[in-house]
Structure formats: C-alpha cells, structure tokens
Design a binder for this molecule. Structure first.
Ligand code: FEO
Ligand code: CA
Ligand code: CA
Ligand code: CA
Length: 757
C-alpha cells in the first residue's frame, strides 16, 4: 500500500459487534489455557505433523509426515531428519547471519556474506520487441511491461526444457501483484512526463497508462553462473491488467449481484485491481488478493436516492463507497468509452437488473483470484466462495490426504475480520500434479464453507460459519441475505451479523510448516484507545491488547506498531486457541505495556505486513510497511524461528481511563524471541515498503519486492531528481533515469548456502 493517500486505510465497520468491555475483568485460567494447548497435539496429529522438543530455546524438529508427495507448494513436507547439509526442507534451529542495523540510507542493506541484484523493475519489457524503459514519463505500452508497486509474489519452477518442475531451482517464473501506483491527488505522477493531470477530467492517455500498470505479471527468470536475470523474450511472460477478461467462479457466478452491461449473465468481469498478498495452491497455481479496490470507483451524490435506498446502498456503505465518493484516480472521466465508464458505479440505466450500466461493477472486485502462472491460455477465475473484502494473502493449512483443505484469509482495514475457507472436496495426492490446474481450482475453491473468527477472553476462539445454515446470518435485519452468493459478495455484513472480532488490520498470514499453526500480521490500528468514543473507536481487547501513543517521535497512536497473532486449530471443529507471537515496538519502549516481546535493537520493528514461511528452511520472514518508526529506520525484513502457541504466558495490561477507573486487559504473550531466533535481515531504501517473498526450492535464492521507494516525493518536484526522496534503484546501478521504481531483488549467500543459515 501507499501511505500517500487514504484509500488504503478505509474504516467502514461501524457495526455494534461486542468488544471485550464486558469480559475484561475476567482473569484467564493459565492452567486451562495450557491444557487446551496440549490437547492440540491431537490436532497436530490430524494435520499430519508432530513435534519434538518445542519449548522455547530448543530447536524445532519435525517428525515424519504423511503429507502428499510432489506437492509444489509452500506446504511441502519437512524431511524426517533435517541436518544442515540436507537438501530437502531442513528446518533451521537458529539463524546464522549477523543482524543488520536500522538504516535511513537510500539503499538495500543486507547481512555480511550476502549479495543482491535488482532483476525486475517497473517498466521492464516483457517481450523481445518492447522498447527499453526510458524512465522519464514518456514510456507507454505497459501491457507489455512490468507493472508498478510490485507486491506479493510466488515462484514457479521450470526444468531445463522450460516445463513446469517443482524442483526447478535455476529457471522459473515469478508471478506477482502490481498493487498500485505512487500518486498525489489523482495522478500517478512518476508515470507522466511532467507529473500528469491532477484535476478532472483525466486525459485518456494518462488513464490508460495508470490502468495498465495495475494487475499481475508473470516473468521468466533464469540463473546463469549464479547470476539471475529476466528472460524478456520468454513466451511464458504474461500481463494481466484491470481490462483482462476474467471468469466469476463459485457461488456468485451468474448471481443477480454480478450482472453488468459487460456481462448481462453475471459470469465474467474485467480484470483485477489493487492486488496485495498472494498464495500458492497445493496444485501449483497462483492466488492473488484484491485489496483496496473500493477506492477506484466513483458514485454520484444522488445515487442512494436513485437506488431507492435499497439494500445495495447498505452494502456499498459497508464497503466504503458512500454516495458522492470520489475515486482515487478519476478514471471514470477518461472518456465515453466503456472502459472508463465502468469505474462509475452509480445507477444510471433504467433496467431493473443492472444489465444496462455498472451499478454492480464493484461486486466484481474484492476476491481471491486464481491464475495458472504456467499457462497463459487459461482464463483467470475469481474464487467467490472465499468471500469479498480487502483480501491479503491466502495461506493453506498443511494438506492431509482425505481431509478438506483450509485457506486462511484476512481483511485489511481497520476493525475488520479474520476468515478461513474449508473446502468441501477432500485432498487427493494425485491433485498435486494435475493435468488441468484451473479445473483443480474449481474442485477445491468453488465449494466449501467460509468462517469468521471470534476471539474469547480465555485464549480460545471460535470459527463461526457464514452461510444460510447459520440462523443468525439468516435472521440479520441490517442487511437481509438472499442466498449464499449474497454472503460471498457481502461477506463483511455476514461477519457483522455474527459478532466477529474487530481486529487491528489483518494483513498477510502464513502457516508454519513445522506446527501447522497460522500466523496473522495485524499491522496497526489508530482506532484503539482506552476511552473509546465514536462508532469506529475500540478499547483494547485480548487479541488486540495495546493502546498507546508513540513516546519519542510522536508518530502514531492506538496500536501504531502492530502485532503478530497466531492460532492453532482446536480439538473440535470450529474452535481454536491463540496467542500473540510478537508485538512490534521500539526497543526502548516500556516493556510492561508496549515492548511486550522484549525486542532488542537487532529485532525491533513496526507495522508487520508481509509474512511468509519458507518451505525449505521453516524461517518465518516478516516484512514491514510502516509509518510510525520511519524517523529511525526505513522499512525492513526480519527472519524468525518461532515456537508455538502457548509457549509464553498470560499478561495483564492495566490501563487508567480519563475518569481514573481501571481497564484491565488479559492477553497471551508468546515466548520472548531469543537473539538467535529473531533478527533483522534487510532494510530497504527510503520511503519503500518491503513485500512479497518467494524462493527457489533449494532455499538458496530468495526474491523480495521493494515497493514504492521515494513515495514521499512531491508531485511538483517530478522534474527535479535532486528532490526525489529516493533514487533507488538507479543509485544501485539499475536502469536509466533517476525516477524511483518498484522492483524485485534476488538475494543469494556468497558461500552458496541456504538463506538464513
Ligand atoms: Fe496492500 Fe494491506 O497492504
Ligand atoms: Ca517513535
Ligand atoms: Ca500489504
Ligand atoms: Ca500495509
């Protein structure tokens, strides 16, 4: 996301869901919590994993697992006997590198003994005939170039002949999201020669460029003598933009809510937008989360009346589009062509069903979209069964033959919810290498059950089913659901109906390949305060327990530094136990109320966002997208070797309200990370966020994205490179022109070893 605009920090959950006010005085029975944790051994067994020696400070060693063979996924099985020289999934006991210091330099800082290369930046050609990127605002033809704001990313191996290969470590495809652009007022100013037009109407030529830099890209990469480079001439390269035709799949396909002028039968739409987190399926396809899509659409001021204040108005408001909402870029003003008009979601036509206008167009965005990165002849599909919200990553639980698949999902806006999808189909090992990958996606992702998370004061939680079979959902009067499709499209309202827990902005999540536990970043939330007043304000609760103001730089309030919550599925269906693995904080902050994880200068960080477990090493990579600690350090990536749910202790945070009464919040604090189990690995250049993580199957090369370096540059300074807040990556020797560019880097270890060892 970009901090330069407010479309990314939407806050439209004004539901009256209970917070924990009523139960804050309850004291947790610590023994009861531990009891639950231990009973989770049965769960681990059920997930095909067991643990040996998992107490804090000991190494994690997986025992044999029956997970399917050949799974080309982040959930591939650990080896039975990991050793430092093993080539298959050795789970590391400790981190071998020296932590890097916090940095405000305009460069990528990595540990001694490691090297990096920039390999793929905004505008780089995807065909042999596309002109080299001039990087001066005159480039066009972005349908054949790398998009902007590289975000989530997955690696798909190729063999020497260029065929799909789960073990291909020297040749592969990077599939990635291009989330957004660096913009001010309406204009993506680095894309235009003199900064572009910030007033309406926007010129069509500017809109066309800005649209085309969004979406996805697939680029072939190859290592020659350990040097990685893209293959611009590869026939496998692909761009998907907001104009690419895609299929609607799952319960909402063909539903009345999906009918538009473009698809009167509601079975297709155009493109994908604001793609943030990613996922990789156990059958080898790419998943992308559509995040802050609502901000791209415009509604006229009279639209509530024009819609007769029907229930669509309730839904539009819940998703942040009040009547009169202006759009992020004003693309709807690009001209009379349908490709511009579609961004105006007002009711303009006379039809009853919306087939003559774009009043339903926004219902086509907000999903997990699936792409076969290996086969560009295959249409992408929006998997509506996984719900519609500000999606981030899609993280699969460890697949077990004969059991349903689980996909964990987060909704990144303040006060929104955590979800999971459980497939109806049971996992079959043969599906790890299917003949038709998209058809396998149909099998597992179009039918199943969506759940939302509700956290309890005692360290337990419930997964609440969102379907017409849930009487509470069916009886909801604020928004009357017609059917399952309606729930899939208006998922936030279903979460409201059942009283789901409002969280501190769920960003990425990942499943620990050792324990099967799910880790969820909660990046920050300025709405937490002890004396909460107003519909969007929340008091701290057990799962979101901190509220404070930054003590030194006055940057941020509420929960400005974020935390990482983790959960383990319970012994009975629909239950879980949880704790907080890590609290973001400045190292010198108060250890009783803020720096609860006792972070040192080698570990401290703010606003965790990306989170990916390495399938080869088990390292949990944590990436930041921060605005609260940026007076001290640029955004960063840390490596972690976490323990498990319940390895820490309950802690009570005592707040004093303005009227001097006490507010006591009991939370669960995971074991404080040892020095060799959490270290800062990388700090990025100025004004960037670090995002996206994937690796070669041998764990010897990792790929990450540096998103929006220099985003703090003023639009009026676009002609003066000396005023850019960053000149990366040109100052790292990559490309021409000094305009900063989002880019992918590859990191390798100079001794050829696995990253982090
Ligand atoms: Fe695109 Fe929630 O970060
Ligand atoms: Ca500070
Ligand atoms: Ca993010
Ligand atoms: Ca973020």
């Amino acid at each position: 996301m970009s901090k330069s605009n407010n479309f990314n920090d939407e806050n439209s959950n004004n539901s009256s869901n209970p917070t924990f006010d009523a139960i804050l005085e309850q004291r947790l029975n610590r023994r009861g919590f531990l009891g639950m944790s231990l009973s989770g051994a049965a769960v681990l067994g059920g997930m095909g994993m067991g643990l040996v020696g998992c107490s804090s400070g000991e190494s994690l060693a997986p025992i044999a697992t029956p997970s399917p063979s050949g799974t080309p996924s982040p959930t591939a099985k650990p080896s039975a006997s990991p050793t430092p020289t093993a080539t298959v999934n050795p789970i590391m006991a400790s981190l071998g590198f020296t932590a890097v210091a916090k940095s405000l330099l305009d460069k990528v800082v990595i540990p001694a003994g490691y090297s990096y290369q920039v390999i793929y930046a905004l505008g780089d050609p995807l065909t042999a005939t596309t002109a080299a990127y001039k990087n001066d605002g005159t480039d066009s033809d972005f349908e054949n170039r790398a998009g902007d704001h590289h975000d989530g990313m997955e690696y798909f191996g190729l063999d020497a002949a260029g065929k799909p290969s789960a073990s291909g470590a020297e040749r592969g495809l990077l599939a990635m999201n291009h989330e957004a652009t660096t913009d001010e007022v309406k204009s993506s100013f680095f894309l235009h020669a003199s900064g572009g037009t910030s007033t309406l109407p926007r010129p069509a030529a500017e809109v066309d460029k800005e649209v085309a830099v969004h979406g996805l890209s697939v680029i072939e990469i190859k290592a020659t003598n350990k040097k990685w480079a893209t293959v611009a001439s590869s026939a496998l390269n692909r761009r998907v933009t907001p104009l690419t035709e895609v299929e609607i799949a799952g319960p909402a396909r063909g539903n009345a809510l999906m009918k538009t002028k473009y698809s009167a039968t509601g079975v297709k739409t155009r493109g994908t937008i604001n793609n943030c987190g990613t996922g990789k399926t156990p059958w080898g396809t790419f998943l992308s989360g559509e995040e802050n899509w609502a901000g791209y659409f415009y509604r006229v001021a009279a639209d509530d009346t024009n819609r007769n204040n029907d229930k669509s108005v309730v839904a539009l408001k819940r998703y942040g589009r009040n009547a009169g909402s202006s759009s992020r870029h004003g693309w709807e003003t690009g001209g009379p062509d349908d490709k511009y008009v579609r961004w105006n979601i007002s009711k303009l036509g006379a039809s009853v069903d919306g087939s003559d206008d774009y009043r339903n167009e926004m219902n086509g965005q907000g999903y997990i979209i699936e792409m076969d990165a290996y086969d560009k002849s295959k249409a992408l599909k929006k998997r509506t069964a996984l719900g519609r919200f500000a999606h981030e990553s899609a993280a699969f639980g460890l697949p077990v033959v004969g059991k349903p698949l689980t996909v964990y999902l987060g909704d990144d806006s303040r006060n929104e919810y955590m979800y999971k999808f459980v497939s109806k189909a049971l996992w079959s090992a043969a599906d790890a290498n299917p003949a038709d990958r998209m058809a396998t996606g149909d099998k597992y992702l179009d039918e199943g059950t969506l759940y939302v998370a509700k956290f309890s004061a005692d360290g337990s939680g419930q997964w609440i089913e969102l379907s017409m079979a849930n009487a509470t959902v069916k009886a909801y009067t604020t928004y009357v659901f017609a059917d399952l499709a309606d729930i899939c499209v208006n998922t936030r309202l279903a979460g409201d109906a059942v009283g789901a827990t409002k969280m501190d902005r769920p960003e990425w999540g990942g499943v620990n390949p050792v324990t099967g536990e799910y880790y969820q970043t909660l990046t920050n939330n300025s709405n937490r305060n002890v004396d909460a007043t107003g519909s969007s304000q929340l008091v701290p609760d057990n799962a979101n327990p901190r509220a404070y103001a930054d003590v030194d730089g006055n940057k941020g309030k509420g929960n400005p530094n974020g935390h990482i919550l983790r959960m383990k599925e319970g012994a009975t269906v629909g239950t879980f136990v949880w704790d907080v693995y890590l609290f973001g904080a400045e190292a010198d902050a108060d250890k009783a109320m803020i720096n609860l994880s006792n972070l040192t200068d080698d570990q401290d960080m703010s606003s965790p966002d990306g989170l990916v477990f390495s399938p080869s090493t088990g390292i949990c990579w944590i990436q930041t997208d921060d605005g609260a600690y940026t007076d001290v350090t640029n955004c960063m990536m840390l490596a972690a070797i976490p323990g498990k749910v319940g390895d820490g202790a309950a802690q009570t945070l005592s707040y004093t309200k303005a009227d001097t009464t006490k507010l006591n919040v009991v939370t669960q604090v995971g074991a404080k990370p040892a020095a060799d189990k959490l270290k800062r690995f990388l700090v990025g250049p100025k004004d960037c966020e670090i995002t996206g993580f994937c690796e070669t199957p041998d764990g010897k090369a990792i790929f990450i994205n540096i998103q929006h370096p220099g985003e703090g540059t003023k639009m009026t300074d676009v002609a003066d490179p000396t005023k850019y807040t960053s000149q990366w990556p040109s100052n790292a020797g990559y490309g021409v022109g000094k305009r900063p560019r989002s880019a992918t880097i590859v990191i390798t270890k100079d001794d050829g070893g696995r990253i982090g060892s």
